[in-house]
Design a protein around this ligand. Structure first.
Ligand SMILES: *[C@@H]1O[C@H](CO)[C@@H](O)[C@H](O)[C@H]1NC(C)=O
Ligand SMILES: *[C@@H]1O[C@H](CO)[C@@H](O)[C@H](O)[C@H]1NC(C)=O
Ligand SMILES: *[C@@H]1O[C@H](CO)[C@@H](O)[C@H](O)[C@H]1NC(C)=O
Length: 969
């Protein structure tokens, strides 16, 4: 079926070719096999006897019953076997092979274009330093699936007569984004068991399987990904196996609606005329976890994994040698004189092609031992690796990478800051990309969709830029760098004549927060008829200024500090409005408290006497600290390591405060990134599921006995009604019924029976009594609009019972946690005064109960949060995974930027701060003296806007009286 996408190479179809009708004699299959075996044996005996002279059989007649046609076909295969693919040409093509007749040319006028390479004449050294790269104002002409012209004021008299015109109005235009690590189509969303085709788990070593055999063109996520400007993806098998199988590069245009011939994976292949092949391998934790069974089968350790790799390569090398020997002999004596057919074995065909240099190997390896072992394999078996993926520790071992076999060291395919989820992901750095680049290596940012939503892979590059990777290298990390590593660098990744016409016009600089495409072209065909366009001003690309240096990991305690150069302060201090609104404020801090915001002339003048350090900031921001809600920070250190985890309990109601564990890496980073408070509840079955009471605590505390470490023992009562609810109660209806019964039982319980016995004070019933009294909120993890509807009915029933029972409570305080589909009930939630804490902020329909989520422009008009805010729902943003503690300002930034002016910066920042409390039905006092006093000792000082990438936290005061400075490293 798929012979042609790699028609230069021997493939599956070649190996099992149907019997040729022109065969001179035909043999039945079983007899043929026996004859084949006999022939092999005969050849070995004969060869031994002949001692293999250079021309042992010249002139001798065929001595076995072999098909001459087949032997000749085998010989023709030899040259293909031994050919080395080249990168397919870009320039010089009249048309793109993917071009479908009838599509009109397009002239994109007045765009601000990122070409993807420096101006001509730039030295390599200057280019590496980013010199010569610039945004240019230009028109771009697309025809026959290619970029034909790029330039200012293209002369239209030279163009075809029927071209379409698109006015870019000065907006940024880049090439289509490339995601070099995706499982889209193999792991279709929403996840369903029947659609899961990521890992072929029948064996650890499966080089013989192919991702294309499982790609579902109708996976809606392929469209969602494109809506983020991603036009090309490498679709890799999963990482459960040491050798996972062959991978394929696709473009995200599917079927007639997207301007294609038909809805098929073949039609999606990015370069059907290229002979490069791709393969996924993986080392480390996954294979031993998946396969290792002591005493039965391995690998049980990294030692075993290495042996399996080497054994597999040994088999492939044997096949390769036997083929080359056959080919040498056949070339010299003539195929018709051979006494055996060309040795072929489908099982090792693709891996022998790896050893022939025809396959771009992409290997998932996190740790130094994994990288080291794999580099060793490349040298033992002489094959190159194009990129190490999930390569968190590569930044620690640049020299090791440079020791890999081949012409160029492997690239490192990374996430910007997603880590800590398992032991091999525990060591990593958000500065890895910057470090790798400085060491002469290539960082590439990828999604591992659906691990991250590939729609936002460019956001990974944006964060990498924020963490110090130069601007041009950050854009390259999702365009030219993956194009080059895929062997498609002459076709993809640049906006130049001769390149494929995959083009994105953005609503803002692609490396700015919240950037979304306003139109996407694939092979010159516009993908959207009526794209939703967010209401954003047309802005110039962000200045490619060198990003700020990294800050030290460990803070330095301080008492008296004066910051100058503060543009915005969201910590009020009763100052005069006009002072407060200045763009150049000074903020004086004495004894850990803000004493002045404004000109602070007096504080400045006595600074040397008072011993205050003066720190001048560029575009400083003073904000309230962030509050992390819904994650497991404080309850574990490494998600997948049970020893570090509080554990999950389906049948138990427990309190987060009883499982709190301080002084973890997660908490240090939370603090360092301005998240001074967290509210975490015990896990029900899995991340993002909760049961029990959440605890509110300070991330900077060293232990639970320290004064003020816990600010609220029990913040809310949590239950889970997402799909995981079925793991405990067997059905959703059962889970809802059980919750209703528990709440009504709490109403039934006589007021006077408020827990009297000591042991009962912390029981589930005691906490539910507080819920029906309205003193503790009820926080339900739920996504489905249907379950939310059921929940609103439960609330209604319970609230009536409360009223009838004569209690003084006004009813239960209900909060939806998760809420992917909550926008569908936005008005009902507002009417019932139910809060919503969105987790994740941007759902991408990953599970069935989120399947109606809004994925954003250009596919949908905004996302859930826009509709909830508009309906007047009390809304906040939580975090679904703990690594997001670094990104809470950015989550607010995405919302701010994409809200079309509906939110101020301060209101956006409150979404990850005060609003968490408000969404839970707690009152946050703004004007009281006490609150003001707390504000002045609870703040974060940023250099740069926390709503944009690239800001740095310079000082944190968490209200406990300590002030901590983070100096530039
Ligand atoms: C599209 O289909 C037409 C007619 O079936 C065929 O001639 C053409 O080669 C196809 N084009 C591509 C790019 O597949
Ligand atoms: C290009 O777009 C900018 C921004 O919208 C506009 O000011 C300018 O007039 C446009 N130039 C042309 C030649 O249309
Ligand atoms: C900002 O204010 C500080 C302190 O008043 C002053 O030294 C500095 O020159 C000002 N900077 C600008 C750009 O106005």
């Amino acid at each position: 079926m798929m012979g042609h996408e790699k028609n230069e190479l021997p493939s599956y179809s070649a190996a099992v070719a149907a019997p040729d009708r022109r065969r001179r004699w035909s043999v039945r299959r079983s007899r043929g096999l026996r004859l084949f075996a006999l022939a092999c044996l005969a050849f070995i005996v004969y060869a031994q006897w002949q001692q293999i002279s250079p021309h042992p059989m010249r002139g001798s007649p065929p001595s076995s019953q072999l098909s001459i046609d087949k032997l000749e076909e085998n010989l023709r295969l030899c040259s293909k076997l031994q050919s080395k693919p080249k990168d397919p040409i870009g320039a010089g093509r009249e048309r793109n092979v993917r071009y479908i007749d009838g599509h009109k040319p397009t002239l994109i006028k007045n765009a601000t274009v990122w070409v993807g390479e420096p101006v001509e004449g730039t030295s390599d050294e200057d280019a590496r330093a980013g010199k010569g790269y610039t945004w240019i104002n230009a028109d771009v002409y697309l025809e026959h699936g290619l970029i034909k012209k790029v330039g200012k004021g293209i002369d239209t008299s030279s163009l075809a007569s029927d071209y379409l015109v698109y006015e870019a109005k000065g907006r940024p235009l880049t090439t289509g984004i490339i995601d070099m690590h995706s499982h889209a189509g193999l792991d279709s969303l929403p996840s369903l068991v029947g659609n899961d085709d990521v890992n072929e788990m029948s064996s650890d070593i499966t080089p013989y399987v192919r991702s294309i055999d499982g790609i579902q063109p109708n996976d809606h996520q392929i469209q969602v990904i494109k809506s983020g400007g991603v036009t090309t993806s490498l679709i890799l098998p999963g990482s459960g196996n040491n050798i996972g199988g062959e991978a394929y590069v696709i473009k995200h245009a599917v079927g007639k609606a997207d301007g294609r011939n038909e809805t098929s994976a073949t039609d999606m292949l990015a370069a059907p005329d290229s002979s490069w092949r791709y393969m996924k391998m993986a080392c480390g934790e996954n294979a031993k976890r998946t396969y290792g069974k002591v005493g039965e089968h391995g690998p049980v350790s990294r030692l075993g994994e290495s042996w399996r790799f080497r054994h597999a390569f040994e088999q492939a090398a044997k096949l390769l040698t036997s083929q080359d020997d056959w080919c040498t002999a056949a070339e010299s004596i003539g195929a018709q004189h051979m006494h055996s057919y060309l040795p072929q074995e489908l099982k090792w065909e693709s891996l022998s092609a790896v050893l022939r240099g025809q396959v771009h190997v992409n290997t998932h390896c996190y740790t130094i031992p994994d990288l080291e072992a794999f580099v060793d394999h490349t040298n033992e078996f002489k094959f190159p690796v194009r990129a190490f993926h999930h390569a968190h520790q590569t930044y620690l071992v640049p020299e090791l990478l440079k020791r890999a076999w081949g012409d160029s060291p492997p690239a490192a395919a990374l996430f910007a800051d997603n880590m800590w989820y398992k032991a091999e992901a525990y060591v990593g750095s958000e500065y890895a990309g910057k470090q790798l680049y400085e060491d002469g290596l290539t960082p590439i940012y990828v999604s591992d969709n659906p691990v991250l939503n590939a729609q936002h892979v460019v956001y990974e590059a944006a964060k990498a830029y924020g963490y110090g990777l130069p601007y041009h290298a950050a854009l390259a990390s999702v365009t030219t760098a993956p194009a080059e590593r895929l062997g498609l660098g002459q076709r993809l990744g640049k906006v130049k004549p001769g390149y494929d016409a995959d083009v994105v016009v953005w609503d803002s600089d692609p490396l700015s927060i919240g950037a979304a495409p306003v139109q996407v072209w694939i092979d010159g065909t516009a993908q959207y008829e009526n794209p939703f366009e967010l209401n954003k001003p047309i802005t110039a690309p962000i200045e490619a200024a060198p990003p700020a240096p990294a800050t030290a990991d460990e803070p330095i305690p301080a008492r008296n500090v004066i910051f100058t150069g503060v543009s915005r302060s969201f910590v009020s201090n009763g100052l005069k409005e006009d002072d407060y609104r200045s763009e150049n404020l000074t903020v004086a801090i004495f004894e850990g408290k803000i004493t002045c915001i404004g000109t602070c002339a007096e504080e400045l003048s006595i600074a040397s006497k008072s011993g205050a350090e003066i720190i001048s900031l560029q575009n400083g921001y003073v904000t309230k600290p962030f509050t992390a809600f819904g994650s497991l920070v404080g309850l574990n250190a490494i998600d997948a390591e049970s020893d570090t985890d509080n554990g999950a309990a389906l049948d138990v109601f427990s309190r987060g405060v009883d499982g709190l564990a301080f002084d973890t890496k997660k908490l240090h980073y939370a603090y360092k990134y301005g998240v001074t408070r967290a509210i975490s509840a015990p896990k029900y079955s899995w991340q993002m599921t909760h049961q029990g009471t959440s605890v509110g605590f300070h991330t900077g505390a060293r232990n639970g006995l320290e004064y003020g470490s816990v600010f609220a023992d029990d913040v809310a009562v949590h239950y889970t009604l997402d799909l995981n609810a079925k793991s405990g109660s067997a059905s959703i209806s059962n889970a809802i019924g059980s919750l209703r019964r528990k709440l009504l039982e709490a109403v039934d319980a006589k007021a006077s029976t408020a827990p009297g016995k000591y042991a009962e004070q912390y029981s589930e019933a005691a906490f539910l009594a507080k819920v029906v009294d309205g003193t503790l909120p009820l926080a339900i993890t739920v996504h489905s609009a249907d379950v939310i509807a059921s929940l609103l009915k439960v609330k209604d029933v319970v609230d009536r019972a409360i009223t009838e029972s004569g209690r003084s409570s006004e009813g239960i305080r209900l909060t939806i946690v998760g809420g992917a589909e909550s926008f569908l009930a936005a008005h009902e939630l507002a009417a019932a005064d139910v809060g919503v804490i969105l987790i994740p902020l941007l759902s991408y329909r990953s599970s069935w109960d989120q399947r109606r989520a809004l994925t954003g422009a250009p596919l949908t008009n905004g996302t859930a949060i826009d509709q909830l805010i508009e309906a007047g729902v009390r809304v906040a943003i939580g975090i679904e995974e703990d690594w997001l503690v670094r990104d809470m300002g950015l989550l607010a930034g995405i919302t701010y930027t994409n809200a079309g002016g509906a939110l101020s910066e301060e209101e956006a920042l409150d979404l990850v701060g005060d609003n968490v409390f408000e969404a839970l039905g707690y009152k946050v006092e703004e004007d009281g003296d006490e609150e003001e006093d707390r504000n002045v000792s609870r703040f974060v000082v940023f250099e740069g806007s926390p709503l944009q990438v690239g800001s740095r936290v310079r000082a944190v005061a968490d209200g406990t009286g300590d002030l901590n400075l983070f100096e530039y490293a």
